[in-house]
Design a protein around this ligand. Structure first.
Ligand SMILES: *[C@@H]1O[C@H](CO)[C@@H](O)[C@H](O)[C@H]1NC(C)=O
Ligand SMILES: *[C@@H]1O[C@H](CO)[C@@H](O)[C@H](O)[C@H]1NC(C)=O
Ligand SMILES: *[C@@H]1O[C@H](CO)[C@@H](O)[C@H](O)[C@H]1NC(C)=O
Ligand SMILES: *[C@@H]1O[C@H](CO)[C@@H](O)[C@H](O)[C@H]1NC(C)=O
Ligand SMILES: *[C@@H]1O[C@H](CO)[C@@H](O)[C@H](O)[C@H]1NC(C)=O
Length: 874
């Protein structure tokens, strides 16, 4: 049993979430995935894949242990027919054994098994099983990675296109795949509607226009009648620069699309081969996979040519296959389909109550709309003058979806395009009537809440008069397609007895249960909430007065309206409340009591949270494994590159090369031997070693090279370090001389001295130590050869200079003692930089401005007083 909360988390997020950051749009087709990324401040376009292609095949597969996507995954089908998974869209939410599943079996070589939910999973050659949701999630995750590397940031929100006829089961399967992939669902959008958004992007509609979006894809053909108009607000006022898209009708044929054409052509090739060689190869998975691929290629050629040559090397029994096919033959094999192509348009028109005359144009979209026989059929049905080729057939849907997604996220400045879409099926609520006499057989009541064509994004309130907990079922009135169940959701409303009792005890008149059902923007029907509510006699004086004047007379009637045991589906929740308001003058309402809802999925259930978590973990495990493979590759490449670099260093004979200058021949010999050993090891174990082994081998070599590098670095560093030491030595000496002079003068003048004698003696001692250390070790270092280790380190030189510097700065920062007189302070201010001791005034005054400037002047002073001591370089 899933709690309402989880249920809501899943579905509410579809329309209520506000997002920050990029928005990803995915058009997941049976043949191709197209994606688009909306990133604030970036031009928006179709996302390119790693081969810079604008679309990629909807295929995931494995070559041994390497997972592949797109073209790479599709092209291995002939060799690994159990490990290459295409056309998965046909299997979304398909019950095992359904018509949809057997259609899939006729086009795929994959091994189908049944999941616990009764849907389909696919079994790889290694025996592992993957649900359709997981396999699609892998592709979504792959697209997410592409998007993230393009955006340079994390991408989590996605809008996905779905055919308008998708049932709740199928929509759930899409959302489940999104969640397993680690993305968040911003919304689902019907693909015809997405094309309409793309169409409206560059156009405006001062007068309303009706168009048909004819979308012929790989899986199916669908037609959507849309109205484009200027958008208006709730008060019917036109909103400037805003476009309203209203869907009025849809029509579709689930199995007449590009894939069915490929299947017909595949059978032509298959029959031709079998007839010629008198062999049945229909159970040879490799051969069937090769035939499928070749049929796809031949189909493309026949779209533009009158004949095509099929060629498959070693198709089966070591036989090469060659066959020639004409477009006429192909079309003859598809003759029966011809009747189907244009039917969705007529259905959509009928559904919308419009005539062809009302339609401005039929906009062609989808890859299969380029197929001549499909185009001809549409032309024959609607007339050539109505055909419009003014959107990009491949990309209009994904670009429209991206624009809509960006609008939902509200952080982009996009054209204001509003959508009103419709539900494609009759959805009813069923429940059992409360039995009047005990023991009587309960009557089931069905109430149509969202008839076909209902607007999405609407709510309805149902009113029940109940004393006890009861269940409400949401179901399609008829099976949405053959082999599919009708019921999709069962909600038990819990806690009714107590709530009604409390209300009654509080004085409520005929308390009732009100439940809200919703058809979301993304096409999901759900029971959102349920409350117990009642009305109370107003005992206050004003209430009684109102009663006296008769206005409250309709109160009982209002309650009556909703007391009927039959739940009445009212047009809108606002309608309910407004009718209640007018009659509630003498009857006050108190806070309704919210009731708990337990949701169950009686037939094809969406994946549970636990199942999705398992799927997510499985995907993460693959990601982790792939990442570790990449690290291993990296470690190997780094080792190899290092080996080659060392070899080059060793081979460089010139005595000027730092590596040669700073190394001894014994060291070079050791490196050379280790290098040879590593080289041999790479030859023998290079392919199967672990990441650690590569790293260890490199570390061993590096430890031999390190002393040489170290010497070279020290030699490079030395002049600067020495310069630095001498600079502090020199500035300290200057300071000391100056300070001692001042000291003497101050004493003579009977003034307080700035520094004590001890301070100056102490500093002199530190300075002398530094000088003698420097003298001694610089001498020693000068005798060291380049290919020997240095006797002092530049780091130590800098550390010692730092000690001196700190000491000096401390003295500089010392405040001058309070002078006896304060008259001539301004004269000294200009000499505050302490740059030279000779020009500075001596006894006139002790500087007062010391406090602020001394700290900084000490360092700038030291630097600017730099005398160009020249030291020979070593
Ligand atoms: C459709 O066209 C008919 C005439 O062919 C016209 O009477 C009707 O008003 C049109 N409907 C709409 C919605 O424009
Ligand atoms: C009913 O009233 C009791 C007592 O005030 C309270 O504890 C309980 O929570 C109430 N139940 C509901 C469903 O409001
Ligand atoms: C020492 O430093 C001074 C000042 O920064 C600079 O002009 C001189 O070139 C340096 N000498 C060496 C050997 O780095
Ligand atoms: C340090 O400075 C003093 C005085 O300027 C100088 O005589 C001595 O040679 C210097 N020592 C070194 C190592 O630079
Ligand atoms: C010595 O005295 C002069 C003049 O008062 C002053 O500018 C200078 O900073 C003093 N020197 C030291 C090292 O304190």
């Amino acid at each position: 049993m899933t709690r309402l909360l989880l249920f809501l988390c899943l579905w509410l997020s579809l329309w209520s979430e506000r997002v920050l950051g990029s928005v990803l749009a995915i058009d997941y087709g049976a043949d191709f995935i197209k994606a688009s990324l909306m990133k604030p401040g970036q031009p928006f376009d179709v996302l390119l894949n790693r081969d810079s292609k604008r679309k990629m095949q909807s295929t995931v597969g494995w070559k041994h242990n390497d997972r592949l996507f797109g073209q790479d995954a599709a092209s291995i089908a002939g060799r690994f027919p159990l490990d290459s998974f295409s056309s998965l869209k046909f299997l979304q939410a398909a019950p095992y054994g359904s018509e949809a599943a057997s259609f899939y079996a006729s086009i795929s070589t994959a091994d189908m098994v049944q999941t616990e939910r009764g849907t389909v999973a696919l079994r790889r050659s290694d025996g592992t099983e993957w649900t359709v949701e997981e396999l699609i999630a892998m592709q979504f995750a792959y697209v997410r990675e592409l998007a993230e590397s393009t955006a340079g940031e994390k991408v989590s929100d996605v809008i996905v296109t779905v055919p308008p006829y998708y049932t709740q089961f199928e929509r759930d399967a899409v959302v489940d795949a999104i969640e397993i992939s680690g993305l968040r669902t911003l919304a689902l959008i019907n693909d015809g509607t997405a094309v309409a958004v793309n169409y409206a992007m560059t156009r405006s509609f001062p007068t309303p226009e009706y168009h048909v979006i004819f979308d012929a894809g790989a899986s199916s053909i669908r037609a959507t009648v849309v109205e484009f108009s200027a958008a208006s607000d709730s008060k019917s006022k036109v909103v400037k620069d805003a476009t309203q898209i209203t869907v009025h009708g849809i029509g579709y044929d689930r199995y007449t699309g590009g894939t069915e054409l490929t299947r017909r052509l595949r059978d032509l090739l298959l029959n031709d081969f079998q007839k010629r060689y008198k062999r049945d190869i229909s159970n040879d998975k490799r051969a069937m996979a090769k035939l499928w691929k070749e049929a796809g290629r031949v189909k493309t050629i026949l779209s533009a040519n009158n004949e095509a040559q099929a060629t498959i090397e070693s198709l089966a029994y070591d036989l090469d296959y060659k066959g020639k096919f004409t477009r006429a033959e192909f079309e003859a094999a598809c003759k029966d389909l011809k009747l189907h192509y244009a039917v969705p348009i007529l259905e959509a028109l009928a559904h919308s109550g419009l005539k062809l005359d009302n339609i401005t144009s039929v906009i062609l979209a989808g890859g299969a709309s380029r197929t001549p026989m499909i185009q001809d059929a549409v032309k024959a049905a609607v007339g050539a003058n109505k055909l419009a080729f003014n959107v990009n057939a491949d990309e209009a849907a994904v670009l429209g979806a991206a624009l809509h997604g960006a609008g939902l996220s509200r952080q982009f400045k996009t054209k204001d395009i509003r959508i009103t879409d419709i539900g494609p099926y009759d959805i009813q609520v069923s429940y059992q009537a409360e039995s009047k006499q005990p023991g009587a057989r309960p009557r089931t009541i069905n109430s149509l809440v969202f008839p076909t064509g209902s607007k999405t994004g609407t709510k309805k309130t149902l009113t029940f008069k109940r004393q006890d907990d009861f269940s409400v079922k949401l179901a399609y009135k008829t099976p949405p397609l053959r082999g599919y169940p009708t019921d999709f959701l069962e909600a038990e409303i819990v806690g009714v007895g107590e709530a009604i009792k409390n209300l009654t005890e509080a004085g409520a008149i005929d308390p009732v249960i009100k439940a809200t059902v919703m058809l979301s923007e993304s096409g999901f029907a759900s029971l959102r909430d349920a409350v117990a509510t009642g009305e109370y006699k107003d005992d206050s004086l004003t209430g009684k007065l109102k009663d006296l004047f008769g206005k409250g007379s309709s109160s009982s009637a209002s309650v009556d309206e909703t007391t009927a045991d039959v739940g009445t589906a009212e047009a809108d929740s606002t309608a309910t409340s407004s009718s209640a308001e007018t009659s509630a003058t003498a009857v006050s309402k108190k806070e309704p009591i919210p009731l708990e809802i337990d949701t169950k999925f009686p037939t094809i259930s969406p994946m549970s949270v636990a199942e999705k978590r398992i799927g997510r973990d499985r995907l993460k495990a693959i990601d982790a494994e792939e990442a570790s493979k990449r690290r291993r590759e990296e470690a190997r490449n780094t080792l190899e590159a290092y080996v080659y670099r060392l070899r080059d260093l060793l081979e460089d004979e010139s005595t000027e090369a730092p590596f040669v200058k700073c190394s001894q021949s014994a060291e070079r010999k050791a490196i050379s031997e280790k290098l040879a050993e590593t080289y041999t090891w790479l030859q023998e174990h290079g392919d199967d070693a672990t990441t650690m082994e590569y790293i260890d081998k490199r570390t061993a070599l590096e430890s031999l090279e390190r002393p040489i590098v170290h010497r070279y670095k020290e030699i490079e560093e030395f002049p600067q370090a020495l310069n630095n030491s001498q600079m502090w030595n020199w500035s300290s000496r200057l300071f000391l001389t100056d300070a001692r002079q001042n000291f003497t003068k101050e004493l003579e003048a009977g003034l307080p001295t700035k520094y004590t004698k001890e301070e100056l003696d102490e500093f002199e001692k530190v300075l002398k130590e530094h000088e003698s250390w420097l003298d001694e070790w610089v001498e020693k270092q000068k005798k060291v050869k380049m290919n020997e280790d240095p006797v002092i380190l530049t780091s130590e030189m800098r550390a010692r200079a730092k000690v001196l510097e700190n000491h000096l700065q401390k003295l500089y920062r010392k405040r001058a003692p309070k002078p006896a007189t304060t008259k001539k302070s301004s004269a000294s201010a200009s000499s505050g930089t302490a740059s030279t001791s000779t020009s500075a005034g001596t006894s006139e005054a002790t500087s007062e401005s010391d406090t602020a400037s001394a700290g900084s002047s000490s360092s700038t002073g030291a630097a600017s007083s730099q005398d160009p001591h020249r030291h020979e370089e070593l």
